[in-house]
Design a protein around this ligand. Structure first.
Ligand code: ADE
Ligand code: ZN
Length: 336
């Protein structure tokens, strides 16, 4: 119990959490009822929240999960739906001792359904502001672009007036790449990332989750990111691992996600010890907590259970997470 309390009290920063991935089966069914959303009739998983949760225990791959993830978000329609979703996350974050959260969302997945970008952002932003005021949690919103769609779609989404307005106003502060990985190499999105970099936005991308380690190198060289989401395949390239350590690139590792999506067999196969030994900076994150049955503290506890880290090692991980955050120096000083 005291170990849990120690981990809970650490000033944790979360860098890899998809807001749409915080949609619990409970809230999904509530919003579906309110919005008259038609859920798939031919899939028994959608009979009840319990059946859906049960189906979430049997994901076979990233794409098998993404199928449910994209159906799930079809219940998000109004400003208040997006706000309720983010608020649900923040309540869990508070209970788990999160100090600062950098949160992904998928604009293209909403605009493709006819839900306005501004509706999603305004709802999320309202929850972020309330979380800072009422819970003391600071946060940053990041637009993720979907790599399984044509590159031209992401460029058009990035250039859209309301999206650009959210960057200029500072409501959204970064971009990332997510969705299916294999076959969608980072270099295809070079132009998108160059544009974002010239606008001064923070940059990150999923790489080396299910896909090959070469995608990590491509993300550094072609997208010029200074952060990699997941990146667990890094341990297959000794040379690249040294480079990432020396260039102070941070990985946002998501242990429970990796097990549930079968990127590794068990938590022990998440390369926590190898990364520590190589001096690679990383944070520990929940990815899609409502789908993977664990928020950030569950991920910390799973890592502790598998690796038995020392107090000093935990403090080092948390410090790296603060230093690797996109918040201002003043906020970092408070957290350190
Ligand atoms: N979208 C939401 N979660 C994701 C993940 N773990 N990998 C890729 N895309 C995602
Ligand atoms: Zn992710």
């Amino acid at each position: 119990a005291s170990l849990r309390e120690f981990l809970r009290c650490l000033p944790k920063c979360e860098h890899h959490m998809h807001l749409e991935g915080a949609l619990s089966p409970q809230l999904l069914f509530e919003l579906a009822a309110k919005n008259n959303t038609t859920l798939p009739q031919d899939d028994a998983a959608f009979k009840s929240p319990e059946a859906l949760l049960e189906r979430y225990r049997r994901f076979t791959s990233l794409d098998d999960f993404l199928h449910y993830y994209y159906i799930g978000m079809s219940v998000l329609i109004t400003h208040s739906d997006f706000e309720a979703l983010a608020w649900d996350y923040f309540r869990h974050a508070k209970a788990d001792g999160v100090a600062h959260a950098e949160l992904f969302f998928d604009p293209q997945a909403h605009t493709a359904r006819g839900v306005g970008y501004s509706t999603a952002v305004a709802g999320f932003d309202a929850a972020c502001k309330r979380a800072e005021k009422e819970l003391g949690i600071t946060s940053i919103l990041t637009t993720c672009f979907l790599r399984h769609l044509p590159v031209e779609d992401s460029l058009a989404a990035f250039d859209a007036e309301d999206v650009q307005e959210s960057y200029v106003s500072g409501v959204v502060k970064g971009i990332g790449l997510d969705s299916s990985e294999n076959g969608y190499a980072p270099e295809g999105f070079k132009e998108l990332f160059a544009k974002a970099r010239h606008q001064g936005l923070n940059l990150t991308t999923h790489a080396g989750e299910e896909g090959p380690v070469s995608y990590i190198a491509s993300a550094l060289d072609n997208l010029r990111v200074r952060r990699i989401d997941h990146g667990i395949k890094l341990v297959y390239d000794e040379h690249l691992m040294k480079r990432i350590a020396s260039e102070n690139i941070m990985l946002t590792v998501c242990p429970l996600s990796n097990v549930v999506l079968r990127c590794v067999n068990t938590i022990k196969d998440v390369p926590i010890r190898k990364l520590l030994n190589a001096g690679v900076k990383f944070s520990i994150n929940s990815d899609d907590p409502a789908y993977f049955r664990g928020y950030i503290l569950d991920n910390y506890l799973a890592v502790q259970d598998a690796f038995g880290l020392s107090v000093e090692e935990w403090e080092g991980i948390v410090r790296a997470g603060i230093n690797g955050s996109w918040c201002g120096e003043d906020r970092k000083t408070i957290l350190l």
